[in-house]
Ligand binder design. Structure first.
Ligand code: NAD
Length: 508
């Protein structure tokens, strides 16, 4: 079992057909972003052969699993909920060490995962279809949902516990079997989750685990034995997965991808509320949430006052050791992410940014091997085509953009290829309605930060942010197909739409 003590080094294993495989020869390492030289464990990169074995195991487990009582399947999720409750603190600690999020935030993520498990357990006794009226009085007709078969679940590093559960939960409850490939940046927490599924009593082959990078993920997507691919991650990878899946005519693909989310601070906004919402939206998780705001649009009349308060607050944010709950944020995920964010800081300068707060590297208690970055904040006048205010940066990089009218704000907000999350700060119900109707988004908030998910709501976006299959509770639609079933209770055949049952040539 994986433990979270600083001294232990984790041995990673793939889990196929209910068996933990021997450690591999081709491995990847999991680092602690707060102390990059600390290696948490070594994890095997699954080969194409192991991918095929996992798909075979999931296919073989599918018939028995789909025939198992739905309520029994749900009860296994109740077992899982008890185990997660038992392990909340250990899971949060492991997550904080592996992905650098502050431990209190990791705890909140574990609770969010628990909420998904509880939701799934609850839906076990809910209807699996609908009774519908027939055009013929003697017929009964109904819609029933059926599972597709084998589901591949490919997930990002930034929500390594909750996001896999958003996908694995509905998939398994509905009778599908699953192959889970966690991010190569957070394999330990992914493996711990599968250990808990095993302990909860999920039968061999119903959930399989493959560690690896793009090569493993791609082998899984290419495999013809996979019926559904559930992906959460960046747009480029999601696009590649959709292209590869187009080879399979019977493939369902759900992609939840990146964003350039925004908070819109209107002229009548309460300043304190606006600053709090904007700081949380931009810098919680070091700006590494899919819904993180990379842009704050501020009414021109309020701009100077808002910018002064916002920058003063951003300067004071405590950045440091993720194991200390008092810190507001920890490091970013890895050195390559630091370099990418710094390149965007430079790009913004070249595109004409007026820098209000210099970013740059930070140290934690004098240690220099942590991936710590301070917030970079700048004023940018909106012009079409500026990459820094249109592309996802995924880090503490923020543009404050002034606007004149609410209609201008709608235009500026929509001037990005993404459409995931937005918040509007206003006291006016007509203003709120304008943004609700005219902006492109999947999740909208009023007088709140643009982050924060509740598992019973759909979670998804439009444009480059999603392909129309929202995650969490919304996923039940994607992991099942709807069938129609019609029964005749009469003793003769009656047809609708004026069709007769007379068969030409038959004796009258
Ligand atoms: P990523 O796209 O780099 O990786 C995601 C997963 O895809 C990983 O498991 C990775 O190994 C796998 N992968 C990479 N190349 C692949 C390929 N060719 N074929 C199959 N699988 C492949 O994303 P990341 O850096 O882990 O996470 C950050 C991104 O995720 C950001 O863009 C963020 O906005 C997005 N995200 C979106 C949501 C959402 O719900 N919309 C939630 C969380 C994160």
């Amino acid at each position: 079992m994986i433990t979270a003590t600083a001294a232990s080094t984790i041995t990673g294993r793939n889990f196929i057909a209910g068996r933990w495989r021997a450690p591999g020869e081709r491995n990847l390492e999991s680092h602690n972003p707060a102390h990059w030289s600390e290696i948490l464990g070594t994890f095997p990169k699954a080969s194409a052969e192991e991918v095929a074995q996992a798909v075979m195991a999931a296919r073989e487990a599918f018939p028995a699993w789909r025939r198992t009582s739905r309520i029994h399947r749900a009860e296994l999720f109740d077992n899982l909920a008890q185990l997660v409750k038992r392990d909340v603190d250990a899971l949060a600690l492991l997550m904080a060490r592996e992905c650098g999020k502050v431990v209190s935030e990791c705890r909140a993520e574990v609770i969010e995962g628990l909420h998904m498990i509880q939701y799934v357990f609850g839906t076990g006794r809910m209807p699996i279809g609908e009774l519908l009226a027939s055009e013929i009085a003697d017929k009964d007709t109904c819609m029933r949902r059926k599972p597709w078969g084998v589901v591949a679940v490919i997930t990002p590093w930034n929500f390594p516990f909750a996001v896999p559960l958003w996908m694995l939960g509905p998939s398994l409850l509905e009778g599908n079997t699953a192959i889970f490939k966690p991010s190569e940046d957070t394999p330990a927490i992914g493996q711990r989750l599968v250990e808990l599924f095993e302990e909860a009593g999920f039968p061999a082959g119903t959930i399989n685990l493959l560690h690896g990078e793009a090569e493993t993920g791609e082998a899984l997507v290419r495999h013809p034995g996979v019926n559904v691919v559930l992906f959460t991650g960046s747009y480029d990878v999601g696009q590649r997965i959709q292209q590869l899946s187009a080879e399979h005519s019977d493939r369902i693909v759900a992609c939840e991808m990146g964003s350039k989310s925004a908070v819109i601070v209107c002229e009548d906004a309460r300043l304190d509320l606006a600053v709090t919402c904007s700081i949380i939206s931009s810098f919680k998780t070091s700006g590494q949430r899919c819904v993180s705001a990379g842009r704050i649009l501020v009414a021109e009349k309020l701009f100077d006052q808002f910018a002064e308060r916002f920058v003063a607050t951003a300067k004071r944010l405590r950045i440091g050791d993720p194991l200390e709950s008092a810190n507001f944020t920890g490091p970013v995920i890895h050195p390559a992410a630091m370099e990418k964010i710094e390149r965007y800081n430079e790009l913004a300068r070249r595109e004409g940014a007026k820098v209000l707060l210099e970013g740059g590297r930070a140290k934690d208690n004098g240690r220099s091997d942590g991936c710590y970055l301070r917030p970079f904040v700048y004023r940018m006048e909106h012009r079409p085509g500026l990459r820094s205010i249109r592309e996802e940066v995924f880090g503490p990089h923020l543009a404050l953009i002034p606007f004149r009218t609410n209609e201008d704000a709608v235009r500026i907000y929509n001037d990005t290829e993404y459409g995931l999350s937005m918040a509007v700060i206003t006291e006016d119900y007509r203003t709120m309605r304008l943004f609700r109707e005219e902006c492109d988004y999947g999740m909208g908030y009023v007088n709140l930060p643009c982050i924060g998910a509740e598992v019973h709501l759909p979670f998804g976006g439009v444009k480059k942010s999603g392909n129309g299959h929202p995650s969490a509770a919304g996923l039940i639609e994607t992991v099942t197909h709807k069938t129609a079933w019609t029964v005749n209770f009469g003793t003769e055949v009656k047809m609708a739409q004026g069709l007769t049952t007379e068969i030409e040539g038959s004796p009258s």
